[in-house]
Each structure stands twice: as structure tokens, then as C-alpha cells.
Design a protein around this ligand. Sequence first.
Ligand code: OGA
Ligand code: NI
Length: 358
Amino acid sequence: MGEEVDTAFVQAPEHRPKSSVIVAEGIPLIDLSPINYQNEDTLLDSSIENLVKEIGSACKKWGFFQVINHKVPLDKRERIEEAAKKFFALGLEEKLKVRRDAVNVLGYFEAEHTKNVRDWKEIYDFNVQEPTFIPPSDEPDDEENVQFQWDNRWPQNPPEFKEACQEYAQEVEKLAYKLMELVALSLGLVPNRFRGYFTHNTSNIRLNHYPACPYPHLALGLGRHKDTGVLTVLAQDDTGGLEVRRKSDGEWIRVKPIFNSFIINVGDMIQVWSNDAYESVEHRVMVNSEKDRFSIPFFLKPALYTDVKPLEELLDDRNPPIYRPVNWGKFRSARMRSNFAKSKVENLQIYDFKFPSN
Ligand code: OGA
Ligand code: NI
């Protein structure tokens, strides 16, 4: 993958995998059989009550859990997985036709094309809502302001690609909203408490291809990070490689692939809304020396204009707000800029929004 590969592999120490990984004692596995997509709001019968407790405790203890019996049709998932494989198998020239750039960050991207090679993978991004709503700027000179175009770049090949992506997106989005109802209930909120933040959502889906890597001890598929959005619904294949930082002791825990399951994790915005009751947890992806790996995360994200702040209902004298409002659009673009390798912008983190504690 290009001439710079050798130096690219020599990564910062914290980016290198540690050899000892605990495989036992995984993240909680939650059975979603009781959920019902017919009801607008989740009914509070006793089966839901248990489920809500499980979700709450998984969010608190791990920030991560795995779900089965989620009702996302398997054929829709298989269809996008197949389309992703076919797309990534195309020649580079073909894929570069839908390459992302600094103005429109949607489309294809291969780490090789940046100076700062970090991750052993190639990706394709698309937004779920089309067209994605971008509010007119009322501060046109504010350089932090959101100024980008947002149109999906659909490739011509494979021909079924766009439809497969859109159909899967619809299904997984429904699951994400259902999970947000359960998260709301677990915090003692009304089930539809979060719904309004997603009217003009900026949710996206990423197709990840982690090629088999000849130097698995030197590289990571994806370096340690936290997800910045609200909630992530991840489909991983049976190769495995995702690792989660266990909150209790900081150990990296491998997430075992389970057929037709999704891995759910709390993003930075839930951390702020919940005033740290639920935290966004670090995770990373190991490479595999023999097998390619494919994964498809759906990132649930609010409207750009959303000011995310600890929810009033959760606050009192003993639990005062610990964050100042985070404007999602600004937070997001600051994070994007720091991801574009040339930029010297510090990697903005959610703790930068904490009130100073005395
Ligand atoms: C991500 C992520 C995990 C995976 O894209 O943010 O954590 O298994 N992906 O690809
Ligand atoms: Ni992630």
C-alpha cells in the first residue's frame, strides 16, 4: 500500500497494540425480543422493565453492549455487506471517483492518501438523511462555523450499492431510535425524550474494510478513540478484532463476534446529556494477518444546530451540570479538522467542555 508504508507502521507507542488481551468476560449481551417497532413509544410492561435495567447497567458499567433479536432483517444486512465487499474489491481508480475531500467529507477514503498514515483500512461514508439539512449560517465569518457540502457520492458500481445502503440505513436507524427510547427510560426520562434532536439528524453510515495486514504486531486497524456522536450501532463480521477499554481496570477486552448481532456503544453526546452517568468508552480495532475484516457502523448524530447539555430532569443540587453546552455542529467540525492530517488543531475532546472543578 504505497511507499511510505514502512515508516507509517512505526506508530506512536500508545497506538501499538499491547500483547496481553483478556478475551474472557465480554461486554453484556442483551436480548431485544421484547421491543416492538409498532408502538411510537416503548410500552412499559414488565419485560421492557427488565430490558431497561439491563441497558442502564450496561451503559453505566461498560458504555458498550451487544444485542440480539433486534428485528433488523438479516437479508438487508447481508445485502449491504455484499455490496461493500464488491465496492472495496474495485480498482483504486474506480473507487477514487467517489473520493472524499475537505469540502465534502462523504465518500471513499484510504488512509494511504494522507501523510499521517494511522489506520490500516479503507472506508466509505454516506449520510442517512438525504439531503442532509445544513442550517444557513448566521455567523458567516466565524471560522468555526460549519461550511461544507453534504451530498452522498454514490458509486456506479456495484449497481445495487446505493439501494442496499439506503435500505439498510432505514432499518438500522429504527433500531437506533428504539435503543434511545430504552436509554431514556433507563435514565428515568420519558421514552421519546431524545426524538426531537434527530429531526434534522446528521447520522451517517461508514463501510470499513480492514485488509489482512502482514505486520499485525505493528499496526492497528483503527487506533483507540471514542465515538463523538450519540449512539453507535455496529455490524462486525466474523473476523473479530474490536476491543473495548474496560472501565473498571482499563484492560482491552475483545468483543466476540456473534452472528447477526449488533454492538452498541454510547457516544460523547449521551455522556453530556446524562451528565456523566453514562460515559463514551475508548475502543480500537486490531488487524488480522490472514483475513480481511469488514464492519459497518451506524453513527446516530443530532442536528447540527443542537446545543447538547446535561438534561434538566437529571440535575439537582447534588448533581449540578458538569458540562457547558456543546454545539454539535461546531464540535463535529473541530473534530473533523483535527482528523485531517495536515491540521495542527488539537484533538478536541468532550472533557474540554467540562466546567473547571475546584
Ligand atoms: C468506528 C469504530 C469499529 C469497527 O468506526 O468508530 O469504532 O469494528 N469501528 O470497525
Ligand atoms: Ni468507534
